[in-house]
Design a protein around this ligand. Structure first.
Ligand code: PHE
Length: 522
């Protein structure tokens, strides 16, 4: 910590006849040092202080050099004078010892008629010179000004001097002035009461204007803030939120119902986390109530039974149809034609995408098919190698739209509106492959910071092999898309390492101090 100037300030003020200007009294002290002493003494009425700002002339590095060693012209003169036989022009820089000084100084020396050219040598015209520039700079150095505006303007142009803004205080004695600074007690202690010291102690007055100590409170995680913005966008566009409170799914809802074949690499242990206890879910029952948690049927199937048989949610039928469409082909599809294993479908997994929830909701929609818009934002799990940009869990933002007459062009158009609401305008679509959508498109956006196209989402139109076993009308079309919540959050908060955003390495200050987020909607 810098030295406390309080005693010196009091001493200077005691010795002075009138006001004291701090920049004069303490030319080497820093502003912070002066200010903290002045503030302390002012608040206790030892002194009154008036801030006075003024402009002073100060020397630049070059100006200081000249004040010390002479002007460029004088240094050239010295070099020429020292060479008694005259100095060859080409030897001047070496003789001066500085090419720049030689270059700028020779002009000055000629103009002052200190040197002259004699063939290819330079000769001095006199023995002594008056180095006016050096003198004037020395004067500026001590007086901080010069009474010759023309010269000052010239020095400014040559960058010998600059204007310095000086913030100083004009100090006068205050009503409680004393040469001794008495430290005020901030606490009345039991010891002071016992010893009687409180009678003579100087107690610090209460400062009722002081801000209270910050109260600790909870703070929303940046991911939650961005999630909030996404939810608003979905609600604004007429979406309903899907129930995502089921992290453990069956292979059936996570994969089979999505027409993901049982040999698909995504179902490998290296990609998906499997639950070992319980080892598997119950198979669907003919009568879906009562349900077992984790079973392919929903945990609370409180659905209405409708009169028409094919309109009720028959999970057994659904299960059989999913099997058929994989193994033998059905609904006009030739299927994958492999022996479908029920056990694979009953394995319990940490859901790898929220599309498991969308599937469950779309199956429910088949009870009463109608145009629908659903969304969810929640956590999914993948057996990834953890690095700067990947964790084994992340949050997926997912939406589905069911309606009649939907087209691929409509999906592209929708994406432009949806991402446009987040301020993302420049979109490109690339054909992609998902087992459950056809066609499928990856969505790219031009990243101005990275100067390249980055993938921001995956989308497509769900396949009939997925929708028809659910009992949805053949002519109903459904869009689906998904993106991570982490990527836009990292961009928004300038986080480069995902482990600083999520997990045990997160700095709580980062969470508490981040502002609310507003996606830039230009
Ligand atoms: N499930 C896909 C993913 O995890 C996203 C998606 C959802 C794609 C719906 C198409 C349709 O990336």
């Amino acid at each position: 910590m810098a030295e406390d100037l309080t005693p010196q300030v009091l001493k200077v003020l005691a010795d002075a006849d009138g006001p004291v200007i701090t920049s004069d009294a303490f030319p080497t002290a820093t502003f912070v040092q002066i200010k903290s002493a002045v503030d302390k003494l002012r608040s206790r009425e030892y002194l009154q202080a008036e801030q006075i700002d003024r402009i002073e002339l100060g020397l630049t590095k070059e100006g200081q050099d000249i004040a010390e060693n002479g002007s460029n012209g004088a240094r050239v003169f010295e070099a020429v004078r020292a060479a008694l036989e005259g100095l060859k022009i080409k030897d001047l820089p070496a003789a001066v010892g500085d090419a720049n000084v030689a270059k700028f100084g020779s002009g000055d020396a000629f103009k002052s008629k200190w040197i002259k050219k004699d063939g290819d040598v330079l000769r001095a015209t006199t023995d002594t010179i008056q180095d006016q520039v050096q003198k004037q700079l020395l004067q500026i150095q001590s007086a901080k000004s010069l009474d010759d505006p023309k010269v000052v303007a010239d020095f400014r142009k040559r960058k010998y001097v600059v204007d310095l803004k000086i913030i100083a205080f004009k100090l006068t004695k205050g009503p409680k002035f004393s040469t001794e600074f008495v430290k005020e007690e901030t606490d009345l202690t039991a010891e002071m009461l016992q010893s009687g010291a409180w009678k003579t102690a100087t107690l610090k007055p209460y400062n009722f204007k002081a801000k209270g100590a910050p109260t600790p409170s909870g703070a929303l995680h940046p991911l939650n803030k961005v999630r909030h913005e996404f939810r608003e966008i979905f609600f604004e566009m007429g979406f309903e939120e899907m129930p995502t409170n089921r992290f453990v799914e069956t292979g059936f809802w996570n994969f089979d119902a999505l027409f993901v074949p049982q040999q698909h690499p995504a179902r490998d242990l290296q990609d998906t986390f499997y639950i070992s206890d319980p080892p598997k879910a119950d198979p669907p029952r003919e009568d879906p109530s009562p349900a077992t948690p984790g079973a392919p049927q929903p945990t609370s199937p409180k659905h209405k039974r409708t009169k028409s048989k094919e309109k009720s949610l028959d999970y057994k039928q659904y299960w059989d149809d999913v099997k058929a469409v994989h193994q033998d082909g059905k609904f006009g599809s030739i299927g994958y034609r492999y022996p479908w294993a029920a056990d694979e479908s009953l394995k319990l997994v940490l859901r790898t995408h929220t599309t498991a929830i969308s599937t469950y909701m779309l199956h429910k929609l088949a009870l009463n098919p109608r145009p629908a818009r659903y969304f969810s934002i929640d956590r999914v799990f993948r057996n990834e190698t953890v690095d700067q940009t990947h964790l084994a869990e992340f949050h997926q933002v997912e939406g589905v739209i069911a309606d009649w007459g939907l087209t691929l062009g409509g999906l592209i158009g929708f994406m432009e509106v949806f991402f446009g609401k987040m301020g993302i305008r420049n979109l490109r679509f690339k054909p992609a492959y998902n087992p459950y959508t056809e066609p499928s498109m990856e969505i790219f956006s031009y990243h101005e910071g990275l100067k390249k196209w980055v993938e921001i989402g995956n989308s497509g139109m769900f396949r009939p092999e997925m929708l028809e076993p659910m009992g949805l009308p053949k002519d109903m079309r459904i869009y689906g898309w998904g993106l991570s919540l982490e990527r836009p959050t990292m961009i928004k908060y300038g986080v480069n390492n995902i482990r600083e955003l999520l997990g045990h390495k997160v700095d709580l200050n980062f969470i508490e101090n981040n502002p609310a987020v507003r996606l830039d909607k230009d």
